[in-house]
Design a protein around this ligand. Structure first.
Ligand code: PEP
Ligand code: MN
Length: 344
């Protein structure tokens, strides 16, 4: 259920509705918008009728939300959500490029790549300190020392950090060190982890599971938002199909589909989406052309020595070209990299 307040509703009127909903044992989620505030109601409504608030002063209407997902839907919030990741806005009219290695391997490796990301015009730095690997014998990440490296990189290069949490323990540490918690494809439906992320005040980058439908992705985002964290970004990273010329099949058509029904930003990850470095640049161009709010790509200065995902890592030189080209494509659509690329 969604309570739509009048455009000029006073803060006390909004507060009165919220208090009433909470008194009924339900959860109220005020969603301020450009034109009006809406209040999403979640929780078990059996035997309760929050529709009574329709009679409260300042309330325009109470609507039943038809879809299973509520807080993520454009019905709840018609205008695009802009998520601030360490001061970088994701969503709205800007686009961003997130770059970095698959895994944090050493301070030296991370510094070298971060410097190139910064010089190349990237907005955010990524790198895993906790790696969910298919084989237990593969490199699992450096753990907390990896987070310390990321924190140093942020200070030195002024790049906010995105890094993956694989469980509650790593999430709690990431909250202390990083600017954004990534929930990876393998954990997209780890509902207890989503709830913990929902209690965090750090933005969450939620990647699509490798066989998840659009609705399943949105319901996972709903898990996070229903706990009170509204700073959620989605990420398409390819799904598993019969096609074997790429590691996964990048489903770019989810971008316009998502844009129709949710206000949340969506990024595209063509690195995991294709698994092949020669496809990362063309699919990045395509991602921006279909309306993604940015791309997330893996970059390595010595990909042949990378401890994970070397075959899909692009070089710093290609990264720089990618940033220039996606910015040019974004401009055709009336968007630009945020912050803008320095003129060269
Ligand atoms: C990653 O971004 O490093 C990663 C493991 O991605 P995914 O969860 O999409 O496989
Ligand atoms: Mn990777």
């Amino acid at each position: 259920m969604l309570v739509v307040m009048e455009a000029g509703a006073a803060p006390e009127q909004i507060e009165a509705v919220v208090r009433h909903i909470e008194k009924m044992g339900l959860k109220a989620h005020p969603i301020p918008g450009a034109h009006r505030t809406a209040i999403g109601i979640t929780g078990h409504q059996r035997g309760k009728d929050p529709g009574i608030v329709e009679t409260f002063p300042g309330v325009k209407e109470v609507i039943q939300v038809s879809q299973a997902y509520k807080l993520v839907s454009r019905e709840a919030k018609p205008d695009d959500t802009i998520v601030s990741v360490g001061g970088v806005d994701v969503g709205g009219n800007g686009i961003i490029v997130v770059g970095g290695p698959c895994a944090v391997e050493s301070l030296d490796q991370s510094r070298t790549i971060a410097e190139q990301i910064k010089l190349g015009g990237g907005q955010l730095f990524r790198g895993g300190a906790y790696k969910p690997r298919t084989s237990p014998y593969s490199f699992q990440g450096l753990g907390e020392p990896g987070l310390e490296i990321l924190a140093r990189v942020r200070e030195e290069f002024d790049l906010p950090i995105v890094t993956e949490a694989i469980d509650e323990t790593s999430l709690k540490l990431i909250e202390q060190y990083a600017d954004c918690i990534q929930i990876g494809a393998r954990n997209m439906q780890n509902f207890s982890l989503l709830k913990v992320a929902g209690k965090s005040r750090k933005p969450v980058l939620l990647k699509r599971g490798m066989s998840a439908t659009l609705e399943e992705l949105l319901l996972s985002a709903e898990y996070i938002m229903s706990e009170g964290n509204y700073n959620v970004m989605l990420c398409e990273r390819g799904v598993r199909t019969f096609a074997d010329h790429t590691r996964n099949t990048l489903d770019l058509s989810i971008v316009p589909a998502i844009k129709r029904i949710t206000h949340l930003p969506i990024l595209v990850d063509p690195s995991h989406g294709t698994g092949k470095r020669n496809k990362v640049l063309p699919m990045s161009r395509a991602a921006i052309a279909v309306g993604a709010d940015g791309v997330l790509v893996e970059v390595h200065h010595k990909p042949e020595e990378a401890l994970s995902d070397g075959p899909q890592a692009i070089s710093p030189e290609v990264f720089e070209q990618l940033v220039r080209e996606v910015d040019a494509i974004a401009r055709v659509l009336g968007r630009t990299l945020q912050p803008a690329l320095a003129a060269s």
